[in-house]
Write a protein that binds this ligand. Sequence first.
Ligand code: NAD
Ligand code: MG
Length: 390
Amino acid sequence: MQTITILGSTGSIGVSTLDVIARHPERYRVFALTAHARVEELAQQCKQFRPQVAVVGSAGAAQALSRLLREQGVATAVEYGPQALCAVASAAACDTVMAAIVGAAGLEPSLAAARAGKKLLLANKEALVMSGQLFMDAVAENHATLLPIDSEHNAIFQCLPQSFARAPEQHGVAKIVLTASGGPFLRREVATLESVTPEEAVAHPNWVMGRKISVDSATMMNKGLEVIEAHWLFGAAADRIEVLIHPQSVIHSMVSYVDGSLLAQLGNPDMRTPIAHALAYPERIASGVGPLDLAKIGQLDFLAPDFQRFPCLKLAYDALEEGGSAAAILNAANEVAVQAFLDRAIGFRMIDQLIHRVMDRLPARAVSGLDDLLEQDREARQLANTCITS
Ligand code: NAD
Ligand code: MG
């Protein structure tokens, strides 16, 4: 029996995780569920999965959740705040943590799970992008097991040899090929991108996801963050990581070997596949995802990415090359810019311009530890906000 904490259980990944867990009650038990503000959904999840603990973002939300749970006769204890998130991520009573909070808010609880040596299922790519070496050191030093949930990285993981030890050249790996759908604006006239609305940007052609990652997919910053994520997960230098646009999202990513072999993982675009893979690893369990009907799909297309259309992808490669805190600055500026775009405070093309400006004005430094990293994250957010209002 695996006992699981789901950080961000009311989000898109959280809900898919609970869907897989519900199919295998004999294998998985939920220890804790967490949500920021969606108290009613969380109460419903508590009623169904009976966790020991539920964590929310504020005292007010905790009060509301406690009342709902009392009314329904559910005995789950309610806590709130960042420290409670770290506590349920590192509790002795849980062995597996699904890290599915969106953005930098997920860093400290994800890191707490790594430090506690958990089996860590990582969806929260921003945490790894920000903290890089710090995160990987915590995993290694505490013998945590890090399994990628991002569909591309999960695909790559499946295409690498079992013995893979973050040294591509030692395993005959020539390239890691991250596929990208290209998002909703792949074929839209570049000149018209300035006027796209948040509704258009979040309408992803293949995947149903949270709003932030949907905007990241439209700018292709999502792929940029994934390039950095792949660097840390697989120990690959930037020039060994290639992005290939594949609009159908059927091939989730590939690994190219020195002998000319190209291994790919294919499937329907449904996050329950990588979630089930990581939950059961190294076994396989049913996920609820149907088999891929290639005859019906008929054709798979590929094209090279265009940095003019998608400048965010280039900015992410630049940050990876620069090293130090550059990726954390990129991530912070992007989070502020995406939120401002969703709030209609800036236009779509201002997202990349703002990140560029922040990266230009804030030099990357070496990161001496978590406090220093959080300080540099704060500085980047402050500068991004100043650029928006000035
Ligand atoms: P979402 O917006 O649907 O859900 C986010 C979850 O995080 C919610 O449960 C929310 O309550 C919680 N949360 C938000 N802000 C918080 C805060 N400040 N403190 C604590 N909790 C907070 O997002 P999502 O699409 O499920 O994505 C989650 C993570 O997984 C992201 O990092 C994303 O990049 C990654 N990811 C998602 C997908 C996908 O298909 N949705 C695929 C790959 C990777
Ligand atoms: Mg992905």
